[in-house]
Design a protein around this ligand. Structure first.
Ligand code: NAG
Ligand code: NAG
Ligand code: NAG
Ligand code: NAG
Ligand code: NAG
Ligand code: NAG
Ligand code: NAG
Ligand code: NAG
Length: 525
């Protein structure tokens, strides 16, 4: 099968590629003025499709694409970027348009892939389809990219791996409560099935590539090389801080999604305040697997937190490193269904390094909602949405919508000058909360003199009167709660032994002042 090439100019064919980064011989690929390649690229795709060429091998260079109509990846064609000197697709800003250019994958494309490309404000839109053959988006860099760098609706069998998602400050989210149409995310799935998001980096400080190299899969080396090439050789003026997305992943009405071994360090609550949502937002999900991710810094507030479930059935959250972020389980009425059933939170490490002064300004609740693990049924707390605001105190009605919430073997820690988080069961029915005594602190507990390293449970916002912890946090009242034994039996076998990736070793938080601690520390004694 003859590879198809984007022909920049005939004379480029026999240039011998050199291993040296910034070899002057390669400079001829990259012209200062980015030309419009929209028609050429579409023409090459069309021709490849007609003549059964399965892969369009792309030359190095910067290729301008127009924003107003999508480029359609015709059936049978895959796109592959050049190996070393990067292939860069750039949305043309001349004539000016804020809309990113889009590569659209039509329903008739089966088993396609898009890999090895730098998408500079260009995104991928996968059209509704039922093709069970796996399609792949791999080893790309997505910078900016509108509502979502990769969007797929009513689709299945998409594998998103080893991509890097960047956003600069000029493309930060502007909506403080982003919605499906106004979000600013890496991946947006709507009614998507059986898909995997693994080994991606969401948000990055470009000065830290060398810190990350030793802890990420070697598959990233070539992509890091392309970023360095764009910076050092092409002198593309990208900001250092590329973590301004509202969300890493947004899921709406999904079934069978796995989010595994990703790095999500895309926010700056400690240095720069931006409109943020959740690292992973899950609205109306069924069978969601979230494992072994490193998630740091997402603003922890009503509309923040690492992983937020709004109505969920069968979700498993295991072996994630959550630095200043949390798992939130909410019942609300904007998903297809209301219930929060069979959520299993096992062996996560929750490390607090910022206090509530970094939370949202309207934190009149004293931060109770922003705990390490939090459940709240807003529907019921708002008296079936007949009340304007939820009841936040001990008279809040018990939720009829949640069942089988399993919380076991999670470890909690805090930086030296902060109280650690607790587990807030909100208005969960205690019979439905399966929490054992294996959730412990690895740093000094909330009440050091209590001789207990067990993480206290906060239920219906009931705190002890007149006492606070060392750094001012309120202390939950003891509740009568049946301790369930052998909860590990609720954790599927394949999730019980998952190691934490080394990602945390590359990070120092609170603007470079607070080091990470090991997620495998044993309980504080
Ligand atoms: C492409 O493949 C199809 C189906 O295998 C075949 O019918 C068609 O003749 C092929 N076209 C070319 C140009 O080879
Ligand atoms: C995919 O299958 C579903 C259920 O069978 C159907 O409703 C939908 O129209 C199909 N979508 C496409 C793009 O064929
Ligand atoms: C998003 O915007 C499109 C086009 O304006 C509209 O048709 C659609 O209903 C919106 N979707 C949501 C969930 O708001
Ligand atoms: C993580 O994000 C913070 C901003 O909150 C940034 O300062 C830091 O350099 C980032 N770390 C890496 C390794 O990208
Ligand atoms: C973060 O640290 C850098 C270097 O130590 C310093 O210049 C900068 O002012 C700090 N930023 C904030 C918001 O504290
Ligand atoms: C979840 O998915 C399973 C299998 O796909 C299905 O049987 C079940 O009805 C779904 N549950 C909800 C609440 O949609
Ligand atoms: C809310 O709805 C439930 C039935 O789903 C009902 O039992 C309950 O009384 C209602 N509460 C209020 C305050 O209306
Ligand atoms: C709880 O809050 C509600 C209003 O949100 C208030 O009417 C009620 O008196 C409070 N109850 C207690 C016990 O504080």
């Amino acid at each position: 099968m003859k590879p198809f090439l984007i022909v920049v100019a005939a004379l480029l064919f026999d240039v011998v590629r050199s291993e040296t980064l910034c070899d002057p011989a390669t400079a001829i690929y990259y012209q200062d003025h980015v030309k419009d390649y929209t028609e050429l690229l579409q023409g090459l795709i069309d021709e490849a499709s007609k003549s059964n060429q399965s892969t369009l091998f792309l030359k190095p260079g910067r290729f301008g694409l127009r924003g107003h109509a999508p480029i359609v990846l015709k059936p049978g064609v895959s796109l592959l970027g050049n190996k070393n000197e990067p292939t860069i697709f750039t949305t043309l800003t001349d004539p000016p348009s804020n809309e990113p250019a889009t590569i659209q994958v039509p329903a008739a494309s089966i088993g396609w892939s898009i890999s090895g490309i730098i998408f500079d404000n260009v995104n991928i839109d996968v059209q509704p389809q039922n093709n069970t053959r796996i399609a792949k988006v791999e080893n790309n860099v997505f910078r900016n990219g509108g509502r979502g760098s990769i969007m797929s609706a009513f689709g299945t069998s998409l594998h998103i791996g080893h991509n890097i998602f960047l956003r600069d400050q000029a493309h930060a989210g502007t909506e403080f409560i982003p919605k499906y149409n106004t979000t600013n995310a890496g991946v947006v799935f709507e009614t998507q099935k059986n898909s995997v998001i693994t080994n991606n980096i969401f948000g990055l400080d470009l000065r830290r590539l060398d810190d990350l190299s030793p802890v990420v899969a070697s598959a990233f080396e070539s992509t890091f090389g392309k970023i360095r090439y764009a910076q050092d050789c092409l002198k593309l003026q990208w900001d250092d801080q590329q973590g301004f997305m509202a969300s890493g992943v947004q899921l709406y009405h999904t079934n069978g999604i796995t989010i595994r071994e990703n790095i999500m360090n895309a926010t700056f609550p400690d240095t720069i305040r931006i409109a943020q949502d959740h690292a992973i937002s899950v609205v109306g999900s069924n069978q969601t697997y979230i494992m072994q991710n490193f998630i740091a810094g997402w603003q922890l507030g009503d509309f923040g937190g690492a992983i937020r479930f709004t109505s969920a059935v069968d979700a498993y959250v295991a072996s994630n490193y959550l630095a200043n972020t949390a798992v939130m389980m909410f019942v609300a009425n904007h998903a297809d269904f209301m219930q929060v059933d069979n959520l299993v939170l096992y062996n996560n490490f929750i490390y607090r390094f910022l206090d509530h002064t970094f939370g949202p300004a309207d934190n009149q609740l004293g931060g109770w909602l922003y705990e390490g693990i939090t459940f709240y049924d807003f529907w019921t707390a708002r008296l079936n949405y007949t009340a304007k605001s939820p009841i936040w105190n001990s008279s809040v009605p018990i939720s009829p919508f949640a069942h089988g919430i399993v919380i076991t073997n999670n470890k909690f820690g805090a930086a030296g000058d902060l109280d650690p988080n607790v587990i807030s069961m909100g208005n969960l029915d205690p019979k439905q909360s399966l929490v054992d005594r294996n959730n412990c602190y690895v740093t000094p507990p909330l009440v050091p003199e209590s001789q207990s390293n067990k993480v206290p449970l906060l239920w219906r916002q009931s705190y002890k009167d007149g006492v606070t912890a060392r750094f001012g946090s309120r202390i939950p009242k003891l509740i009568k709660h049946r301790v369930t034994r052998k909860l590990v039996e609720k954790v599927p076998d394949e999730l019980r032994q998952l190691p934490f990736p080394d990602y945390w070793k590359a990070f120092t938080l609170r603007n470079g002042t607070v080091p990470m601690i090991s997620p495998t520390l044993s309980c504080f004694r």
